[in-house]
Design a protein around this ligand. Structure first.
Ligand SMILES: [Zn+2]
Length: 286
């Protein structure tokens, strides 16, 4: 009887150990495995007929904690109002061809640092170039991504610094109207806004982007922390712009450092129009 009992205990433990090892193998694929993980698809229950938007907020560089959280709070409300199917995830495993093919727009919510591996980068590049939509917010346009293709083709402006004396200043944005962005007419010609103003080495205009808002630097101090960052961009200082990257549409706003900014209805409207534009296939870029 005792022997039989021990036998069953051993059998029982053996079964669970085997199960545990099995599930561990299933969760952690070997590093040499190049097959993308599409297992999230079944969990997400996406329908290609919906307007699918992915809010991706992974930050491996500077973490805009408050802003990321604030955007994660308002986007579900916006999505409900706009009838988008919103997926909120910081899982880079979503960047596989099969999974991305469901999304009309991918929002990079203050994404900083390197968050995608080389295969995911290639997949995301292909997603944009074959017609995917991209909306980048603030930190997504800084210099932390270490991805040349992204800097040159998605953001199209290399970040230099932001002012530190003081870090946050109220500036005036001036609208540069353009018929290609359908909502441009609904936004004010002058927009007073507090921000950690990004300074770029050059305007993305020279690489074919259309600027929606320029910053008036005249009453601002653009001095950064380091000695070689004591400058501003002068009269041509873009903050919001957009363009086509091959068949895909890219919209970027350097606004969005603080969590409180996401309460502003006009800023929310800008994000809404950006997402609606980036994923609208009937709007042609060229
Ligand atoms: Zn910032």
């Amino acid at each position: 009887m005792r022997k039989a009992f021990i036998f069953f205990i051993v059998l029982y433990l053996g079964y669970f150990t085997a199960k545990k090892i099995q599930s561990k193998w299933a969760e952690v694929p070997s590093k040499t495995e190049k097959v993308p993980n599409d297992s999230l698809l079944s969990l997400l229950k996406l329908d290609k007929d919906d307007y699918n938007v992915l809010l991706y907020s992974k930050a491996n560089g500077w973490v805009h904690e408050d802003a990321i959280a604030a955007a994660k709070k308002i986007f579900p409300r916006i999505a409900q109002k706009q009838n988008w199917k919103l997926t909120v995830s910081d899982d880079s495993a979503l960047f596989s061809t099969a999974q991305l093919s469901y999304f009309d727009v991918v929002i990079w919510n203050n994404v900083t640092g390197q968050t995608l591996d080389s295969l995911q980068r290639e997949t995301f590049k292909n997603y944009i170039e074959t017609g995917g939509g991209f909306v980048g917010i603030h930190g997504s346009g800084d210099d932390s991504h270490q991805w040349e293709w992204y800097d040159k083709n998605v953001i199209r402006a290399l970040f230099s610094h932001h002012p530190m004396k003081p870090q946050f200043q109220v500036g005036t944005l001036s609208k540069i109207g353009d018929s290609l962005f359908p909502a441009a007419k609904d936004f004010p010609d002058q927009w007073k806004w507090e921000e950690e103003w990004y300074v770029f080495y050059e305007s993305p205009k020279i690489h074919g982007s259309t600027v929606l808002y320029n910053l008036d630097e005249s009453n601002l101090v653009m001095v950064g922390e380091q000695e070689d960052k004591q400058w501003g961009m002068g009269e041509d200082h873009p903050i919001v712009w957009y363009h086509c990257q091959e068949k895909g549409k890219v919209f970027y706003t350097a606004m969005g450092h603080k969590g409180t900014y996401y309460q502003d209805t006009l800023y929310q409207q800008l994000l809404i129009e950006a997402v609606e534009w980036a994923g609208n296939n009937s709007i042609k870029c060229n």
